[in-house]
Design a protein around this ligand. Structure first.
Ligand code: HEC
Ligand code: HEC
Length: 256
């Protein structure tokens, strides 16, 4: 009697699934991808873009500055189709294209980390929806002041820095962004986020969302917290969703 193929295949499939290594969330390209990219870049791209990736005006491949491209898919399209008439298209395998993108995203550092950059539109939807980012952050005039305004964050931070902020906000927190607690000589306590500080005064947005200026002469104590008020998305969003948010943040470059 012949066993139906399905019932013979099923245990096999289960075995394959069970044997697949349990991977940590894969937010980056592998070092093998980057190595592939190093080789291909030297052979195919360096002639025009230079060893430092900065010889074409308005484009700095090492720093991830492009004229139009934002996402990894955009880079794949540029490589495949070129930019007529200035740059030819290249017919490469998916692995080779992936390698070139990894090398560019690693900032041309063969031992660097190459962060994945997903889809801007999906990232925008996550920002105001599931990600809950818009409940704290302001973008282009919309949203609260409690957290830093992100309207030009894409011009200020690298993909790697943005990803770190999402996955590990406390470790990524810049000194100016630390939450502060100020006690004045009159005994009032103000908690919030500094927006500016000079020799004579500290400006902050209080936890209640108000802009407050405190004169330094009136300060009894000021402590800066070391834990970010921002929750990590590491266990909440998938790898692809994090890549989409990084893409959206990178697309924020000030005045639109
Ligand atoms: C013949 C010269 C030439 C070669 C070879 C070349 N490029 Fe370019 N590339 C250019 C020029 C010129 C531009 C700017 C085009 C423009 O925006 O008008 C450009 C633009 C780009 C951009 C930026 C697109 C944007 O949105 O600003 C990327 C990314 C890029 N090239 C990647 C590569 C990669 C990767 C390779 C190798 C596979 C490569 N290029 C090979 C000339 C070249
Ligand atoms: C509970 C409020 C809150 C939520 C929700 C929140 N953040 Fe934040 N975020 C902050 C605060 C406060 C800071 C400043 C302290 C720090 O850097 O960790 C910050 C910092 C950042 C930074 C670093 C800014 C810089 O100058 O480098 C980025 C990027 C960022 N958030 C993006 C996001 C995104 C994307 C989301 C949604 C997934 C999000 N945040 C959700 C409060 C929040």
């Amino acid at each position: 009697m012949s066993v139906p193929w399905r019932s013979r295949l099923l245990p096999l499939l289960l075995l394959v699934v069970a044997a697949a290594p349990v991977r940590a969330q894969d937010h980056t390209y592998s070092s093998a991808d980057i190595t592939t990219g190093v080789r291909l870049y030297g052979a195919q791209c360096q002639l025009c873009h230079g060893a430092g990736g900065d010889t074409v005006a308005g484009v700095n491949l090492r720093l991830g500055r492009f004229r139009r491209a934002v996402t990894d898919d955009d880079l794949a399209t540029v490589i495949a189709k070129g930019v007529p008439p200035a740059m030819p298209g290249f017919t490469l395998s998916a692995d080779d294209t992936r390698g070139l993108i990894a090398f560019i995203r690693a900032g041309f550092d063969p031992s660097g980390t190459a962060v994945k950059v997903g889809n801007v539109d999906r990232g925008r939807a996550l920002f105001s929806g599931k990600g809950g980012c818009a409940t704290c952050h302001r973008v282009h005039g919309t949203g609260p002041l409690a957290a830093p305004d992100l309207s030009d964050i894409g011009a200020l931070r690298t993909p790697a820095a943005l990803q770190r902020s999402l996955l590990d906000p406390t470790r990524a927190m810049l000194p100016i962004n630390r939450p502060v607690t100020i006690v004045t000589t009159a005994g009032t306590t103000v908690r919030g986020r500094r927006t500016n500080e000079d020799t004579f005064s500290v400006q902050l947005v209080s936890d209640a969302g108000e802009l407050v200026t405190v004169v330094k002469a009136d300060i009894r104590s000021m402590e800066a917290g070391t834990t970010s008020p921002m929750p990590s998305v590491a266990k909440v969003l998938s790898t692809d969703e994090v890549a989409d948010l990084v893409a959206y943040l990178l697309s924020l470059r000030g005045v639109q």
